[in-house]
Design a protein around this ligand. Structure first.
Ligand code: GRF
Length: 197
């Protein structure tokens, strides 16, 4: 049976676009909702242009009450009855309560070769460490940030003259290949590791 996918974002949504465009033909899943934590997330316009339903819950009025924000978010997402939730540049840390509701059904993409460089500024940290290889990871979301089971990784060689921006741009291209590849496999119930290139 075709799986229903909701995608959560905060920004430009280039990974969302890659995911949505991949879910055609014999793909085992279809996008049912793109959700943001701001009305102004430009990814929402891109989703509408692709014909996907959109919604948003502004996190700011909930300041100090993360659980109330997540309850509102959950209600909107639940209404679309997704089977799988894909975080794609969703910049709010989710509580254990929210994560446990979706555990085993929620994926995230992170711009590093986890377990290296959990958290932010991953490209700068890889360069500072002198890494020869960097990349991105798709993992299941568990309550501990960037620590869930790894489902796929894409490797990106670091060039001697890379800056955080040039490296980020190449990693992003890999993200657009890796996330759809993992989702396609995951939607069939297959959790075996995807490795790219
Ligand atoms: C990506 O680098 C992703 O790995 C990170 O946030 C960024 C989102 O970019 N979690 P986009 O909104 O998909 O273009």
């Amino acid at each position: 049976m075709t799986k229903r996918v909701a995608i959560l974002l905060s920004g430009g949504g280039s990974n969302m676009v890659a995911l949505v465009k991949s879910m055609t033909g014999d793909h085992p899943a279809r996008p049912v909702l793109v959700m943001a934590n701001s009305e102004n997330a430009s990814g929402l316009d891109k989703a509408r242009a692709l014909g996907v339903d959109t919604d948003w819950v502004d996190h700011r009025p909930f300041k100090g009450d993360r659980a109330a924000f997540e309850d509102a978010l959950h209600a909107r997402i639940d209404a679309a009855k997704p089977d799988i939730l894909c975080l794609a540049g969703f910049m709010r840390v989710l509580t254990e309560g929210f994560v446990s509701r979706w555990q085993g059904r929620m994926l995230n993409i992170h711009p590093s070769l986890l377990p290296k460089y959990r958290g932010l500024h991953t490209h700068a940290r890889a360069l500072e460490a002198g890494d020869r290889e960097h990349g991105c990871t798709v993992h299941e979301v568990t309550p501990q940030l960037d620590l869930g089971p790894i489902l796929g990784q894409a490797y990106v060689p670091v060039k001697p003259d890379d800056t955080p921006d040039t490296l980020a741009a190449r990693v992003l291209i890999s993200e657009h290949q890796l996330y759809p590849a993992v989702l396609r496999r995951f939607a069939t119930g297959d959790r075996t590791l995807v490795q790219l290139p």
